[in-house]
Design a protein around this ligand. Structure first.
Ligand code: ADP
Ligand code: MG
Length: 232
């Protein structure tokens, strides 16, 4: 599904040059649930942003469903992103002056869906994350855990084949983190391919595959294959 070969990413700001990814390689298969761990500043977010086409890479090859991503222009990249990819960010990235219903609707507006279909999806996914009674609330009226659940509903409502999550439980307490993890496991069991960055080793071990990034490189590939998850 996804193949990265020799991906390099260099950030240049004034005097400073940061080599965030170095000869990064990875192959992701349909149905995978991959956890990504590694020290702060090692390139985890950069990798996810490149995988999700939010960021361009400096050199190397990236193909997604046999499409050569490096050869696409901005419009083509956005179209493929909207079609295939869902994002969950650590900081939720909800729009403060839109209620929950409208927040979940934002990415759906880029898909060719009727307003009836959009409404059904919004209600279905807000119910799935336990927030159906709060659809008219603003994000500021919710706890962090609830806001993250809205962000998850927003990502899932687009029916992405590929879900990218950057420390989705980073701002949550243990119990809420468990709930979010269970939600991701369910979605994966239903066929969505997931890559999740986390600093929580316990959660990382529940993935089917586990990779570690250090200094912009994959330092350990598939250290753990979670048999129970892989056969579930
Ligand atoms: P992680 O998510 O593993 O903490 P990041 O991918 O955010 O790491 O960052 C990797 C390296 O790239 C860090 O040294 C960081 O400072 C640098 N970096 C990330 N984004 C930018 C940017 N937009 N401009 C300049 N440097 C950046
Ligand atoms: Mg990060």
């Amino acid at each position: 599904m996804l193949t990265m070969k020799d991906i390099n990413k260099v950030f240049r700001t004034n005097e400073v040059q940061t080599h965030a990814l170095r000869d990064f390689h990875l192959q992701v298969n349909e149905g995978d649930f991959i956890s990504v761990t590694g020290p702060s500043g090692s390139g985890k977010t950069t990798f996810l942003n490149i995988a999700g086409m939010l960021e361009q890479f400096s050199s190397g090859q990236y193909s997604l469903d046999d499409i050569d991503i490096g050869s696409l222009n901005d419009n083509q990249r956005s179209r493929i992103r909207n079609e295939k990819i869902g994002f969950i960010f650590q900081s939720f990235n909800l729009i403060p002056d839109l209620n929950l219903f409208d927040n979940v609707d934002v990415p759906l507006r880029y898909q060719s869906l009727s307003s009836k279909e959009r409404k059904q999806r919004i209600e279905h996914y807000l119910e799935m994350v336990g927030l159906s009674n709060r659809m008219k609330h603003l994000p500021s009226q919710l706890s962090g855990g609830q806001q993250q659940r809205v962000a998850i509903a927003r990502a899932l409502a687009t029916h992405p084949r590929f879900l990218l999550a950057d420390e989705p439980t980073g701002n949550l307490d243990t119990q809420m983190a468990q709930g979010v993890m269970e939600l991701l496991e369910d979605i994966n069991a239903q066929g969505t391919t997931i890559i999740m960055v986390t600093h929580d080793n316990e959660l990382a071990n529940r993935a089917k595959r586990k990779i570690q990034i250090k200094d912009g490189r994959v330092s350990e590939l598939d250290v753990v294959v979670n048999q129970s998850a892989a056969s579930a």
